[in-house]
Structure formats: C-alpha cells, structure tokens
Design a protein around this ligand. Structure first.
Ligand code: GLC
Length: 452
C-alpha cells in the first residue's frame, strides 16, 4: 500500500490474479500520476443529438480540454480511469481529458471538491461524486442540473431508483456512473476446516469465529470499517437494517436510532469487539486496512464493498463473497448499503459540450462493460441485463442477490447527520460509551438536526 497524490493505493492487484484485464506496472504508475493527458486515436463513437460538434468550438481548443476530478474508484492501483479515458479519446479525438486526482476517502474528497468548485471555472469541469452528496451539492449550487442537458433516450439508460437518488427538488443533478454494495468476504478453506457453511446470520458468524479461535495459528477475526467516517455510517446502516432498525423515519423528520432493533445491532457489534472476535483496533479501520488484513491472511471475515474484490487474490480457497448476514430470526439476507459514484458537472464550466460528450460516452455500453471488468457495478440498464456480466467479476453475480438499504441522504444536511451517527457508533466501538449511551446521544443530536 502506498500514498500518492493524496490517494491511497494498494500495491497488490489484479496482476497477481490473472483473472482480470491487467494493465502493466508502467501503465498503473502513469494512471496514478497527478495529471493524465492521453493521446488521441481513431475517430468514432456514439452520437447523441446536441452533443459536441467540432465546428462549435473549433476556434478555441481550450474548450475541448475537459478536466475530470476522480479518485481511483476502488482500493487498487489497477483502476479503470486510464483505460476509459484512452477509449473515450479514441472515440472523440477532438476532446482531451485531463484527470485530476482527489483524495480516496469520500469525506476528504468532498472537502477537496467543495474547495475546488468554489474556484469557479478554474475548478474541474466534471467530477465523480458520492451518491450521498447529491442534495448537499445541489442545494449549495456545486452541481449543475442535468435533466435538460441530455435527451430522454439518454436518461432511459438508468432505472428509476438510480434516477430518484440523483434527483433533488424535481431536478436531476448527477448521472449514475457505477454502484456499490456491501458484501461479506470469507475464507472457504476455514469454513471447511470447521465444517460450517458460510454464515447467513451474524450469530452464526460469531459461532464460526469462536470455533476458529480454538484452532492453532488460524485467523478468526471479523473486520469492517470501524473508524469515525462515512464508511462507518454505511456499516451501521447495514447492521441496523438487518436488525430491523433505521437511522431516521422515511420522511427524515425524526430519529429512529434509539430503538430495541438498533440496540440489538450495536450491542452485537460491540460484543464482537469485547469478546475478541473483532480486532481491538477495529475502530481505526477504513476500507484499505480491512482489505490489507484480509489479503495478509489475518482475518477470517471482512465486510467490504464489491470493489474490495479487485484487491483480493484469485486463490479460490481464500476468496469468496456472499450477501451480508442478517440477525437470527429475521429475513435473509442482511441488508447491503447502497453506495456508488455519479458524474456531477461544475455549474461554472465553460466546456459543457465536451463534458456532455464525455458523460454520454462514460455511461454508454462499451464504457460500462469495461467498468464491470474492474469489479464495478454498472449503472447502464442494458449492461446490467447482460447475462455474461457475471463472468466479468464473481462479485457481480453475488450483488444480484443482496438486499439494498439507502442512507438517509436526501437532505442537504446529510453530512451532519452522518457525522452524528459515525461519531457515536465509533464511541461505542471504542468502549468510550456504552451502546445505550451512544444511541441516546445520537438520537438527541439527530433530532436537533432534523428539527431545524
Ligand atoms: C464507497 C461508496 C460510497 C460511500 C463510501 C464510504 O466509496 O461507494 O457511497 O460513501 O464508500 O467510505
């Protein structure tokens, strides 16, 4: 693992697995360079009415230099950005795309982009934004309404759930690019050793971890993202939903976090830590640390996004993914948080024509199929429906069977809401507060935000 340009990247990758398209090391290093400008290739590509025509801005080449802010979209050096930029430029030789790297973590990226976008037209023209930013960025005029920038045929690429999540006060502010879901990764070899099937409830998982602890030199821990950041809100949303709880009511008016269902979820999570079934330093872990532990054979179970798969080895004894567990007595499977990233456009861009061409191409079937080969879940319906998609990445087949749950992000103050959630859940995980105290505090602070 290394740190480059504020972006955390893993030194391991698909190249070890041989199962995936494997760009050379040199390509990877180039992909991580601060700015990428890729050469042009053959003309071609998809046409969409109203998109860029060379004569529109033939006099000003600067209007054809799109600046795209996007961190790598998984935890791996091998990501799809370089490949897709090159392919786009082959389809649109009149346009150049410069990649602006931004930090990997969603919270740091949100802060960096807010700053860059306040720089007006000097900011990026188009940027990858988290699905949870939409209401906030729309309300703060950091995202351009896009419903009238593309025609009806374009929008029919996406299903209504994705479009609803991209809509704020009746206008669409982002184009869905790829989706994420939480999954359970586990070690098939270890399950075989204890003679147990993959766990479908959290209680079964705890039982398996106890059995593994009894074996010599055998990893037994379960890990998830326990640090105080957005990732923990995702994990909490999953645990709570699987126990029958939610953070707020559907109308986003009241906290519903201080309920018996949520108490069951948090009591269980904290119990795993105090019983030594989750590592002591769980409350410091983000996506990268959990994946590294899994790759280093130090844990038996990991909650991770579908993209974590791209950092896992290809050894079948070591690698398997399944929907997240539920709690005993409740419907299976457990819930998976809806994550994902969309194309947002800077309201002050001068390069709207070129940006539209870029966004149109990046959500077209060839681009979306390329994404799936990198473990990303495409958003283009025609690509999702392709049955051969499951061959691109085994996690994509697993994702089809998960039960999704959204975070309560349809309000501009979602970042504050989320901070209350992850701060208090983190305090409980690090034993600073009891589960009951943490939920009572979160309830109080959430209601203060929701009432204002
Ligand atoms: C992933 C998800 C994103 C989420 C983030 C939390 O990137 O796609 O929606 O907010 O993880 O760490």
């Amino acid at each position: 693992m290394g740190e480059r340009c504020g972006e955390t990247v893993s030194a391991r990758g698909r190249s070890e697995t041989g199962r995936w398209p494997t760009p050379s090391r040199r390509q990877l290093v180039r992909a991580a360079a601060a700015t990428i400008t890729v050469g042009v290739g053959v003309p071609g590509g998809l046409a969409l009415s109203g998109l860029l025509r060379a004569r529109d801005d033939g006099d000003d080449p600067d209007l054809r230099r799109v600046r795209w802010a996007a961190s790598s979209n998984d935890q791996n050096l091998i990501d799809s950005r370089q490949v897709l930029i090159s392919a786009f430029q082959r389809a649109h030789p009149e346009i150049t795309v410069k990649l602006w790297l931004v930090p990997f973590s969603t919270d740091a990226k949100r802060a960096a982009l807010t700053e860059l976008l306040r720089g007006g037209e000097d900011g990026p023209d188009v940027y990858l934004g988290d699905v949870i930013w939409l209401a906030e960025f729309a309300a703060k005029n950091l995202a351009l309404p896009l419903d009238d920038q593309f025609d009806r045929a374009f929008w029919s690429r996406f299903d209504s759930t994705l479009l609803d999540a991209s809509t704020y006060r009746g206008r669409v502010y982002a184009v869905p690019y790829f989706a994420n879901r939480g999954l359970l990764y586990y070690r098939p070899d270890l399950m075989t050793r204890i003679g147990r099937p993959p766990p479908t409830t959290w209680e079964e998982l705890a039982g398996a971890a106890r059995l593994l602890r009894g074996l010599p030199r055998t990893p037994h821990h379960v890990v998830w993202q326990g640090d105080a950041y957005e990732g923990l809100t995702c994990v909490w949303t999953e645990f709570a939903a699987s126990a029958g709880g939610r953070i707020t009511d559907a109308a986003l008016r009241h906290s519903t976090i201080n309920t018996p269902s949520c108490a069951r979820a948090l009591g269980f999570m904290c119990g795993l830590v105090t019983q030594g079934l989750a590592p002591r330093d769980l409350a410091t872990m983000r996506e990268q640390q959990t994946t590294d532990l899994y790759n280093n054979d130090e844990v038996a179970f990991m909650r991770g996004w579908n993209t974590a798969d791209t950092a896992l080895g290809s050894k079948p004894w070591k690698y398997a993914a399944t929907p997240l567990p539920t709690f005993a007595g409740l419907p299976k499977p457990g819930y998976s948080a809806i994550g994902g990233w969309s194309m947002f456009v800077n309201p002050r861009t001068r390069r709207l024509d070129a940006v539209r061409s870029f966004v149109e191409w990046m959500t077209s079937p060839p681009a979306q199929r390329t994404l799936s080969r990198y473990g990303q879940m495409p958003t283009n319906r025609s690509v999702i429906e392709q049955s051969s998609l499951d061959n691109d990445s085994p996690v994509l087949a697993v994702i089809r069977g998960v039960r999704p749950v959204a975070r309560p992000a349809a309000m501009p103050r979602y970042p504050e809401l989320s901070r209350v959630v992850y701060t208090n859940i983190h305090r409980a995980l690090s034993t600073e507060l009891s589960p009951a105290q943490a939920l009572a505090r979160a309830h109080h602070d959430l209601n203060a935000i929701l009432a204002s």
